[in-house]
Write a protein that binds this ligand. Structure first.
Ligand code: URA
Length: 435
C-alpha cells in the first residue's frame, strides 16, 4: 500500500477502506508516514468529506493507536461528558461531583486550553497542590473512593490524535466534521465509559457557528458512539457570550465552588450544569426518568453531598481541600481594575471570543502549547446581556499580574461588552437535544 495512492483516491472523492485508514493512522504513530503526506490527506478529507463507514473506521483506528482504559473493576455504568469547547465553560467541575454524589461513577479525561477557550485541566490545576495527571491506579482509586475521576489525557491515550491535531492546527484543517468526530470519539472510547453526554456548542464563540452545522456534528458524534455500543445523547447549547461570570482558572474554580455551595443557582451556568448532570445520572442508570434524575441532582446540591465529593477528590490527589470552604485560598492576582460603561443603556452583546482572547492575553490561556498559564488572572463579568446599565456602572473586573497587563486588555474588554440603546431578550441556553 502506498500513502500517495490513498491521498490521490481521497483527492478525487473516493472512499478509503478500513485497511487503508488503519495503514495511514499506524503510519502516523510509528513515523513511517511523513507529516506532509498526512497534511495532504487531512486537507483532502476537509474538502471531500468521509462516508459514515470511513468515519467509523478512522475513529477505531485512532482509538487503537494507544491504550484503552479498563474501568470494569468499578461496578455500574461509567459516565462521561464532552463539550466541544467554549469560553468560560466550567461545567465539568460542577457536574462531576453532582453525578458522583447521585451514585453514578463519573470518569473523565480532560484537555488543556488553547486559544480563546479554556481547558478543564488548567482549571483544576489552579487548586494549590492538586495533581492533575493521574496514573491509571490513582484514576481508578479516585473513581472507587469518591465516585469521580478527572485526569489530563496521558500521552499513551490516542497518540494518533496528538500528532494529527497538531498538524490540523497549523494546516487550517480543524473544521471538518469527520475529523472532529474521530478526534473526539476515539478519545471518549479510549476513556472506557459506557455512556456519554455531549455538549455541542453553537454560536460565534464556538467551532460550529450555526444550528445546521452544530446538528451535523452532533448527529455524527452520536451515531459513531452508538455504533460502538455507547449510550450517547447530545445537547446543542448556545455559545455567544461566556458561560458564567468568570474567565480565568482560579476565578472559574471559585465560581464553581459557589454554585456547589448553592449560590447563583438561577444562572445559565448552574442550570446547564444541573441539566447535563441529570442527563448523565439518567444514562448511568441512577434514575428512571429525567425528572427523577433532576430531583436527585437537586438533592445532591442542596444536601452539600456534591461539595463533599469535590472536597474528597481534591484531598485524595494532594490538593488543598480547604479551598472548598474558603475559596480565598485560591491564587489571587496582585492587580485589579474595573471596566465601566461609557454611557447608560442596555447590554446588547458580549463577544465571548473577544473576552476569551482578552483573558488569554492576561495569561489565563495559551497562545501556543508551550505557554505557561497564570492561574490567578482573568476577568469577571459584572453584567449580563439584556441588563440595563447606568453611565459609569461596572461592566467587568480585570485581574492581572501587573498594571501594564491590564492596560493591554482594557480597551478590548470595553469593546467586547456592547452597551446599546435598545433592550435585548435573553436567549435560551439549550437549543436542541439529539439522541
Ligand atoms: N476537540 C477535539 O478533541 N478534537 C477536535 O478535533 C475538535 C475539538
Amino acid at each position: 500500500m502506498r500513502m500517495y495512492d490513498l491521498i490521490h483516491a481521497k483527492k478525487r472523492g473516493g472512499a478509503l477502506t478500513e485497511a487503508e485508514i488503519r495503514f495511514w493512522v499506524d503510519g502516523v504513530v510509528d513515523g513511517s508516514i511523513p507529516d506532509e503526506q498526512s497534511a495532504s490527506m487531512l486537507m483532502a478529507i476537509c474538502w471531500r468529506g468521509m462516508t459514515t463507514e470511513e468515519t467509523l473506521a478512522l475513529t477505531l483506528a485512532m482509538r487503537d493507536s494507544g491504550k484503552v482504559m479498563d474501568l470494569s473493576s468499578i461496578p455500574g455504568v461509567k459516565v462521561d461528558k464532552h463539550s466541544t469547547g467554549g469560553v468560560g465553560d466550567k461545567t465539568t467541575l460542577i457536574l462531576g461531583p453532582l453525578v458522583a454524589a447521585c451514585g453514578v461513577p463519573c470518569a473523565m479525561f480532560s484537555g488543556r486550553g488553547l486559544g480563546h477557550t479554556g481547558g478543564t485541566v488548567d482549571k483544576f490545576a489552579a487548586v494549590p497542590g492538586l495533581r492533575v495527571e493521574l496514573s491509571d491506579a490513582d484514576f481508578l482509586k479516585s473513581l472507587r473512593e469518591t465516585g469521580f475521576a478527572n485526569s489530563a489525557q496521558t500521552p499513551d491515550l490516542v497518540p494518533a490524535d496528538r500528532r494529527l491535531y497538531a498538524l490540523r492546527d497549523v494546516t487550517a484543517t480543524v473544521e471538518s466534521i469527520p475529523l472532529i468526530t474521530a478526534s473526539i470519539m476515539s478519545k471518549k472510547l479510549a476513556g472506557g465509559c459506557g455512556a456519554l453526554v455531549l455538549d455541542v456548542k453553537c454560536g460565534s464563540a464556538a467551532f460550529m457557528s450555526n444550528l445546521e452545522e452544530a446538528r451535523g456534528l452532533a448527529q455524527s458524534l452520536v451515531s459513531v458512539g452508538k455504533a460502538y455500543g455507547m449510550r450517547v445523547k447530545a445537547l446543542i447549547t448556545r455559545m455567544e457570550e461566556p458561560l458564567g461570570r468568570t474567565i480565568g482558572n482560579a476565578l472559574e474554580v471559585r465560581e464553581c465552588i459557589e454554585i456547589l455551595q448553592g449560590r447563583h443557582v438561577d444562572s445559565d451556568l448552574a442550570r446547564m450544569s444541573l441539566r447535563l448532570a441529570a442527563e448523565m445520572v439518567l444514562m448511568g442508570g441512577g434514575a428512571q426518568s429525567l425528572p427523577e434524575a433532576e430531583a436527585k441532582v437537586q438533592e445532591a446540591l442542596a444536601s452539600g453531598a456534591a461539595l463533599g465529593v469535590l472536597r474528597a477528590f481534591i484531598a485524595l490527589h494532594g490538593g488543598d481541600a480547604r479551598v472548598v470552604d474558603e475559596p480565598g485560598r485560591l491564587p489571587q492576582a496582585p492587580c485589579r481594575r474595573v471596566v465601566r460603561a461609557a454611557a447608560a443603556g442596555w447590554v446588547a452583546r458580549m463577544d465571548g471570543r473577544e473576552l476569551g482572547l482578552a483573558a488569554m492575553e492576561l495569561g489565563a490561556g495559551r497562545r501556543s502549547q508551550q505557554d505557561i498559564i497564570d492561574p490567578a488572572v482573568g476577568l469577571e463579568l459584572e453584567v449580563a446581556v439584556g441588563q440595563a446599565v447606568a453611565a459609569g456602572q461596572a461592566l467587568a473586573t480585570l485581574y492581572g499580574a501587573s498594571e501594564g497587563a491590564l492596560d493591554q486588555v482594557q480597551d478590548r474588554v470595553q469593546l467586547a461588552i456592547q452597551v446599546g440603546g435598545v433592550t435585548q431578550i435573553s436567549m435560551p441556553w439549550l437549543l436542541e437535544t439529539l439522541e
